[in-house]
Design a protein around this ligand. Structure first.
Ligand code: S6P
Ligand code: ZN
Length: 194
């Protein structure tokens, strides 16, 4: 257990900007931080060398990541794609057997989940909440034309393992299509897969 003591507090979430006040840790990921994520390596290098756009930003509340605490943060994924594959977060698994909740704030997104065998996806938008059960790796994708923004709430002892997704992917990829977006299920659980 931590010896830190957290006092009760409230924060203001600015839904229009993704700001959190008072603010905790802030993480920004540009195209250059996302090597190996996108399928099309040539399109990735062109995007990285030709502007290196901001893909997403995570603004946390000042809550320590230790067991017992319940950290929360707002993620904003910009609209865009690399070679037709929509902007997304790196994705991770929790190191502890802990779940998480995503609350849609603005825009349209997809929560991708991967058990290691099966890929699943859940639409997130204002008024829609996505549930991540323990044991499922997760990633979010902006499938709209506006910034996609959501509040994440998770146990402070969850821990973040990025290696699992780097090594195994998410079992699915999400591309732009005439209908808006298309999910390509590459997992062992996909229909028709061996
Ligand atoms: C933390 C939670 C989110 C993500 C954020 C960025 O458990 O799932 O706050 O950290 O959406 O994604 P990633 O995969 O780069 O951490
Ligand atoms: Zn998480």
């Amino acid at each position: 257990m931590s010896s830190e003591v957290t006092s009760p507090f409230g924060v203001v979430l600015d839904v229009a900007s993704g700001g959190v006040e008072p603010e905790g840790p802030v993480t920004e990921r540009r195209v250059s931080d996302l090597e190996g994520l996108f399928k099309d390596g040539g399109a990735y290098r062109r995007a990285r060398d030709g502007g290196d756009a901001l893909v997403y930003r995570v603004v946390g509340a000042p809550v320590p990541e230790v067991p017992g605490e319940v950290p929360f943060s707002v993620t904003t994924i910009e609209p865009g794609d690399v070679g037709g594959e929509l902007y997304m977060t790196k994705g991770h698994a929790h190191t502890a057997y802990e779940g998480e909740v995503y609350v849609g704030l603005s825009g349209r997104g997809l929560l991708l989940l991967y058990s290691g065998e099966e890929a699943r996806w859940v639409e997130i938008s204002p008024g829609r909440v996505g549930y991540i059960p323990p044991g499922w790796a997760h990633r979010t994708v902006n499938v709209g034309e506006e910034p996609f923004r959501f509040l994440a709430v998770y146990p402070g002892g969850a821990g973040h393992d990025y290696d699992f997704v780097e090594e195994h992917g998410m079992g699915a990829r999400v591309f732009r299509s005439g209908k808006g977006y298309e999910v390509v299920d590459l997992s062992a659980g996909a229909e028709g897969a061996v």
